[in-house]
Design a protein around this ligand. Structure first.
Ligand code: B12
Length: 378
């Protein structure tokens, strides 16, 4: 069988199983990426969510010794929802980033890669394959870039001409020597809109991100959020879309091709106050199918508390006081203290003073003192 023919058939089959774009590249070492990763490591710009050593991340044959090529896939997701619920004073809402809309994209892409793998094995019975989505060692973006799926933008995202950067990526290593596609031309030119719009200056230069400052990363940490970022995360509960929302390549890009990736408005823009009281079970039942729940309830609840402080939501004072006094988790008590300080009512001040007398965690004490100090200063 001719490789060209098989490749064309794979492209056609991919469309029928909900893969929006596909590209092919060799399994050669990602030499430039190796340098980039070294640099990121030296500068301590990585998030810590990356998997594997630099060698494993850039040498496909370490992951599958028989590898001859890599198939890169992209699945487009929506950027707008119908009937966006609006938060109001007294009934504020948080937001999950678009990459958490619909079912967990790992599941959605894994299903497609499994189907693609079965198809390839039917056509080439001795095919050896290994698939990954996000949690694998390879940089999904470096693969997509080299396979011509999109160009690597200054916001570090892979930007496709058809769907902008609102695409999930995955890949399949194979022992079949597919004919590689060519990378596509860079499309950013001298535009710097994303660099200028990033609320924390996390994009240090075109294409390079300091993940430690990226709000998408910060929303997923489990510890106290450093003070500098607390007002900057606003009402974001998981992830951040700012550098994608402002990108000219995303103007008018809103792909509603896959039912399972459609957002449920009440879940992706949930009311904040009820989220303070969710049990672990309720959290799992409601949000467990979303990719944004992967770090569990704690970071999300911390962000809910900070969002209430950000809004200076007076109607949340009683709830926040109860949390500050009774929650067993210091991060949650301390974040509640910060938000009470921001809201700044007399009741909040009194509760902070009382709670400080009883608090025995040093970091929470520090938060309470700071909150009281900030209230006196204002
Ligand atoms: Co993320 N994330 N992520 N993520 N993340 C992945 C990158 C991926 C591919 C997951 C997937 O779909 N399978 C998608 C990206 C899809 C796309 O590009 N179209 C994804 C998504 C959707 C997001 C968010 C949009 C989610 C959200 O909050 N809405 C944000 C976007 C933030 C952003 O990157 N601007 C997000 C956030 C994050 C955090 C938590 C911040 C970290 C760090 C992100 C980062 O490094 N930019 C994060 C991680 C760790 C990953 C993960 C697991 C590894 C990425 C990685 O290795 N980063 C991948 C999945 C995977 O690849 N296995 C998903 C290290 C850098 C060096 O590698 O970004 O892949 P890279 O590298 C590319 C560019 O950064 C650029 O070149 C590389 C090839 O294109 N580059 C350049 C790197 N260094 C340099 C230096 C110079 C000088 C230049 C010019 C270029």
């Amino acid at each position: 069988m001719k490789i060209e023919e098989l490749q064309k058939d794979i492209q056609a089959y991919a469309k029928t199983i909900g893969i929006d774009k596909i590209g092919f590249t060799t399994a050669d070492i990602f030499t430039e990426m190796k340098e980039r990763l070294r640099r990121q490591q030296e500068l301590q710009y990585q998030s810590g969510f990356e998997k594997g050593s630099i060698e494993e991340r850039t040498e496909p044959q370490r992951l599958l010794p028989e590898s001859k090529s890599i198939i890169s896939i992209a699945v487009a997701y929506p950027s707008r929802m119908e009937k966006t619920p609006r938060g109001t004073k007294g009934d504020r809402r948080g937001i999950f980033a678009r990459a958490s809309w619909g079912i967990d994209y790992h599941v959605a892409l894994r299903e497609r890669l499994d189907k693609l793998g079965e198809y390839i094995k039917k056509r080439v019975p001795d095919a050896v394959i290994k698939s990954m989505v996000d949690t694998g060692e390879l940089s999904d973006r470096a693969v997509a870039e080299r396979a011509g799926v999109g160009f690597s933008g200054k916001n570090t995202s892979i930007i496709t001409k058809e769907y902008g950067s609102f695409v999930y990526l995955g890949e399949m290593l194979t022992n079949i020597p597919f004919i590689p596609d060519s990378p596509i031309e860079d499309g950013c030119g001298d535009c710097t809109i994303c660099l200028d719009a990033c609320p924390t200056g996390a994009i240090v230069q075109g294409g390079q991100l300091n993940a430690q400052r990226c709000i998408a990363f910060l929303t997923q940490t489990k510890d106290f959020l450093p003070e500098e970022f607390r007002t900057k995360i606003g009402n974001r509960l998981y992830g951040c879309d700012t550098c994608q929302q402002v990108c000219p390549w995303n103007r008018g890009k809103d792909s509603h091709f896959h039912k399972e990736l459609e957002p449920e408005p009440e879940l992706v823009k949930p009311r904040l106050k009820p989220m303070l009281h969710l049990s672990n079970r309720e959290f799992k039942e409601k949000f467990g199918h979303m990719s944004g729940s992967w770090r569990g309830k704690k970071p999300i609840q911390r962000n809910v508390i900070l969002a209430l402080g950000h809004y200076k939501e007076v109607t949340a004072v009683d709830d926040l006081i109860a949390i500050m006094k009774n929650d067993p988790r210091p991060v949650i008590r301390g974040s509640a203290a910060w938000s009470l300080g921001k809201i700044g009512t007399d009741v909040a001040r009194e509760a902070l003073s009382h709670a400080l007398e009883k608090e025995d965690d040093e970091q929470v004490q520090y938060e309470m003192e700071n909150a009281l100090f900030a209230m006196t200063a204002n």
